[in-house]
Design a protein around this ligand. Structure first.
Ligand SMILES: Cc1cc2nc3c(=O)[nH]c(=O)nc-3n(C[C@H](O)[C@H](O)[C@H](O)COP(=O)(O)O)c2cc1C
Length: 158
């Protein structure tokens, strides 16, 4: 019998587009792991919608060694146990420093809302530091890492 596909939501915030590129790669990976995927810009997501999904991936640019303020606000604003039972992971675009620290912070925020966090996430180097100039794009090998992340996340949720 064919198993029903798990529903996955990839949420991202971006200013210069790199985290969006990353989100699309994570989504491709989730699809290859047999999840049904929706990709949405964070500001357009109503927290109530999260109920429908069993897999959540959240992406943010690294800003001052942390997730973007809007991402923190979104995650902090979710209901106490709103991610209970959901498999979750994180990703970040950063220009050169503290990308992994951003991931750690996001994992912590997801755990607070009772998500099952894993895999640990992927930080990819792209963009310019401290500026809104777009800077260099993601590298092909990092796109692959993000696709692998999506696939591994879908597998964990089975
Ligand atoms: C206000 C601001 C703060 C930033 N802080 C950092 C930082 O702490 N570490 C870093 O590596 N990059 C930092 N960056 C660079 C971005 O993380 C990088 O350009 C990223 O690719 C942007 O993602 P986006 O295209 O999705 O907006 C900062 C950029 C801005 C605008």
């Amino acid at each position: 019998m064919r198993r029903k596909k798990k529903k996955a939501l990839v949420i991202y915030y971006t200013k210069t587009g790199h985290t969006e590129t990353a989100a699309e790669a994570v989504a491709r990976g989730l699809e290859s792991g047999k999840a049904e995927v929706t990709v949405r810009e964070l500001l357009s997501v109503d927290p109530e919608e999260l109920r429908e999904y069993s897999i959540i991936a959240v992406g943010s640019p690294t800003r001052g060694g942390k997730p973007a303020r809007k991402v923190k606000k979104f995650l902090k604003g979710l209901g106490k146990k709103s991610l209970k039972g959901k498999q979750a992971s994180v990703f970040s675009a950063y220009a050169g420093f503290r990308g992994r620290k951003t991931l750690k912070r996001m994992r912590k925020l997801l755990k607070r809302k009772k998500a099952k966090v894993g895999p640990r996430g992927v930080a990819v180097k792209a963009g310019a530091p401290l500026s809104l100039w777009k800077g260099p794009d993601l590298r092909e090998k990092d796109i692959k890492r993000l696709e692998e992340l999506g696939k591994a996340l879908a597998k964990k949720a089975r």
